[in-house]
Design a binder for this molecule. Structure first.
Ligand SMILES: C[S@@+](CC[C@H](N)C(=O)[O-])C[C@H]1O[C@@H](n2cnc3c(N)ncnc32)[C@H](O)[C@@H]1O
Length: 258
């Protein structure tokens, strides 16, 4: 798949993704920004920025922000939220910004073991001492909220295998070795809070259906079936008076360019 095809899955429900799914990620964004000490004067790039909530939160902390994502329709939301930021539709593996344009680069579940070129690109875009922070899934299957991502496994076996490869970086030592091998000192690996929250099964199904990997499942089972089955799954987890809530294990790495 080329980067130009990413929008087909990620962009088709951009407004749903931005307003139903992405807000739950604010725990992750805030935690990582805080850990990095993001603040006034920082030139920050968010790689695979999606619909730009992380950029909005970094801006609130005073950073001058830029972003790039392959999905044109997610970028439309990111620009709407951050009209004065330099936000581009493009490939995170070859962004077009000049060398050492940023002090800090973040990527929230955007850089995977399958995307080493993006780490090389981040390396080029930072000065020596600049920092790259990235988050990757941990053991999703053993997480309390594992059921919430179960519908993504309704994709074809081939697509599910690819999803498994994409999470390899979460294993102890793997992410550190990956960053070390690409010119970063990766001293920090830490657990990052991540929670999905939805008010009810219908909103859960709709929110989940807006995510790129869900599209792979939808192509297998059809949209209507996907929504019906996801709603039925969530019904089993309803707690009266409380939102549906599922914590998923997520790890973060901070690499400093040598
Ligand atoms: C798991 S989502 C994470 C999005 C965002 N960081 C967030 O926290 O919601 C992965 C993102 O990577 C983007 N993406 C995939 N391949 C890309 C590429 N080659 N260049 C730029 N963005 C890409 C998708 O469009 C999608 O927004």
């Amino acid at each position: 798949m080329t980067w130009e095809m990413v929008d087909e899955g990620w962009g088709r429900k951009a407004a749903d993704f931005a307003s139903l799914s992405e807000p739950a990620n604010s725990r992750e964004y805030t935690f990582v920004h805080h850990r990095l000490g993001v603040g006034g004067g920082d030139r920050l790039l968010d790689m695979a920025c999606g619909s730009g909530l992380a950029i909005e939160l970094a801006r609130i902390r005073g950073a001058t922000c830029a972003g790039i994502d392959a999905s044109e329709r997610l970028i439309a939301v990111a620009r709407d939220r951050n009209p004065d930021s330099d936000i581009r539709v493009g490939d995170m593996n070859a962004t077009g910004w000049d060398d050492a344009s940023f002090d800090v680069i973040t990527s929230f579940r955007g850089i995977w073991g399958t995307t080493p070129d993006a780490v090389d690109e981040a390396h080029r875009l930072l000065p020596a001492g600049g920092r790259l922070a990235m988050t990757v899934w941990g053991n999703v299957g053993k997480s309390p909220g594992a059921w919430m991502l179960q519908p993504l496994r309704w994709a074809t076996d081939e697509k599910v295998a690819n999803q498994a490869n994409m999470v390899a970086l979460g294993r102890p030592g793997v992410g550190e070795a990956f960053l070390e091998s690409r010119g970063f000192d990766a001293s920090e690996r830490f657990e990052v809070p991540f929670v999905f929250e939805f008010p009810d099964p219908v909103t859960y199904a709709r929110g989940l259906a807006s995510m790129g990997p869900a599209y792979e499942a939808i192509q297998s089972v059809g949209e209507e079936d996907f929504l019906i089955r996801a709603e039925a799954l969530a019904e089993q987890h309803v707690r009266p008076g409380l939102p549906l809530r599922g914590e998923i294990q997520l790890f973060g790495y901070i690499g400093t360019k040598r």
